[in-house]
Design a protein around this ligand. Structure first.
Ligand SMILES: Cc1ncc(CNC=O)c(N)n1
Length: 247
């Protein structure tokens, strides 16, 4: 999240400004106790299994959301931007990811066909549904897309840093979102979001009011993503009352 990871770009984009402005809630989502428990090796395996089942449901709902962003990118008609290629690569990884969830679930003895969505999962999937609507601006949808991926990337990369005690059997899960390739993919998403936000903010188009509206809507959407992510982690930990908290 610093200028260094963005060579040739002299100033921070809008997304960096948001992360700085809303730092505490951003840290709340990317350094959640569930993630810290994976990193220090104290994670409750039943919590991990609950996360696995719920995240499988989330990822299935995430696919049509990403497809809706692809449609918005296509409709913009700017072939030279390369946006469609980035989004399409995301859909490709989601294909692998769904296969991974099934394999991982069988490894842990989780029967995915028996997993019912809990309230935070339902709410988060409902939010994705809202964002899929055609009237939602590409800028707003891209900001959400970037934020959703960035939270996982930053969270799981933290579990793989030097000095972390992540249990060996959880390292593959952390690698999925914490690897450098996924980090570069998140940077590409961030660059698209920043470019769109920059365009909207500069009001180079005659619809200045509409554009400014997109920028503020995108910021609110970013914050909502962080809240849904925190609720999702809380549910995984069992700190939402669905199961007994850890002693
Ligand atoms: C709740 C949540 N947020 C973000 C991601 C990462 N995106 C796709 O895998 C995820 N799997 N689950």
């Amino acid at each position: 999240m610093d200028g260094k990871s963005n060579p040739g770009v002299p100033y921070d984009g809008m997304t960096d400004t948001w992360v700085k402005k809303h730092r505490l809630i951003y840290i709340g989502a990317t350094r959640h106790p569930f993630i810290l428990s994976i990193r220090d090796g104290t994670v409750d395996l039943s919590a991990f299994k609950r996360w696995l089942g719920q995240d499988y449901i989330f990822v299935r709902a995430f696919v049509p959301f990403v497809a809706s962003v692809l449609i918005k990118a296509y409709k913009k008609g700017d072939e030279s931007s390369g946006d469609m290629e980035v989004i399409l690569s995301g859909l490709g990884s989601l294909n692998d990811e769904i296969a991974w969830f099934k394999q991982e679930a069988s490894k842990w003895g989780v029967d995915l066909s028996q997993v019912a969505p809990e309230k935070p999962t339902q709410d988060y999937c409902g939010f994705l549904e809202e964002l899929m609507r055609p009237e939602v601006d590409y800028t707003v949808a891209m900001a959400a897309f970037w934020a959703i991926e960035a939270v996982y990337q930053e969270s799981f990369a933290h579990c793989l840093e030097e000095g972390s005690k992540t249990p060996i059997e959880l390292q593959e899960a952390c690698q999925r979102w914490g690897n450098d390739g996924f980090g570069r993919y998140c940077s590409s998403l961030r660059n698209i979001a920043d470019r769109q936000l920059e365009k909207a903010a500069s009001g180079s188009v005659p619809l200045v009011k509409v554009s400014e509206d997109a920028v503020s809507k995108a910021e609110v959407t970013f914050l909502r993503v962080l809240e849904y992510e925190v609720d999702f982690w809380n549910m995984s930990c069992g700190t939402d009352g669905h199961s007994a908290p850890k002693p």
